[in-house]
Design a protein around this ligand. Sequence first.
Ligand code: NAD
Ligand code: ZN
Length: 360
Amino acid sequence: ARKPFRNFPMVPRVVFGRGSFDQLGDILLARRISIDAPMIYLVDDVFEGTELVGRLPVIFQDQVIFISADEEPSTIQVDTLVARIKTDHSERPSGIIGIGGGTLLDLAKAVSVMLNNKGSAAEYQGWDLVQRPSCYHVGIPTISGTGAEVSRTTVLSGPERKLGINSDYSTFDQVILDPDLTEGVPKDQWFYTGMDCYIHCIESLQGTFLNAFSQSYGDKALQLCREVFLGDLPPEESRDKLMMASWHGGMSIAYSQVGVAHAMSYGLSFILGIRHGLGNCLVFQHLQDYYPEGVAQFHRMMVKHNISLPTGVCAGLTEKELDQIVEIALGMVPLWENALGPDWRSKVSREDLKRIYRKI
Ligand code: NAD
Ligand code: ZN
């Protein structure tokens, strides 16, 4: 029998434009259930004390919660937030608004799912385990690249593994794309998170799962990434274009899959706690055998922006730890299948991967 076609959800409403953040109040007004059903703003704590906070449309019982993005989101953190929101308010929230990078966007998605579903977030890590629709939730990215604003997943580290809550209910009900919000991003972080998008494009476009749907978004995102990272755009235009690149890159992988860099970066993240964007860059720089053109261009981008990646990251690892990282990377079966085809196991060896990790 033929495999059923993916029926995948998209963000139903999106606003784009510099300064569009100020429309948030009007957008939320239509979604307020009652005076006692608050809007909860989960905001990256990098914005604490900045003018952005003064622009939040806080009324009635609304609550602003600042959260650090220093650590990637965990199931415990989600459970704690949900418990706190439930005890702080007499009624369930009208909505959850996530403001920040992939970390805050993923937290907002997970919290909105868990407000309406029983138990711990850890029980829903996996594919399509969520039973009940989530609370209304809005995503407002302040750094571009992950595609978390369009995806149907929220990546959480749990008691047993790091795995997404992949669900149609994770997808945002509303996204606000205001490129001005990305103005203060530090340069290195801009590059790492931007390269997440670039790598999504390369892995999607070079993958065996590629189809016209994914290609149309991937081609566009890749073209935008090249303009941003190899061209000489004015800063505003660069921010506009990277925000749209992130969106299209996310759409591209939604209907295909990522590849070698993501599989190997997962291992780094799990054992060494290395963040997604940086981990992808650390791996990707050495993937010339898999993505020759993409890697050559990546090096040109690094040179143009004077980026130097950390070195000696894996130097202190024991042989046993290295084996463990390789095990985690090879466990990402769909990613390898996409990258190398159904007989991927005959095309990649443990020793190949170890050799790459030792260079990092
Ligand atoms: P992030 O959210 O971790 O933020 C990175 C750093 O940038 C933080 O220090 C943050 O405070 C800072 N920052 C963000 N916006 C800023 C601004 N405007 N000004 C100054 N500093 C700012 O970074 P990210 O790379 O966007 O997200 C990484 C996370 O996204 C990982 O947890 C990863 O698992 C997740 N992710 C999710 C998906 C998905 O589809 N759900 C896809 C890819 C990655
Ligand atoms: Zn990624």
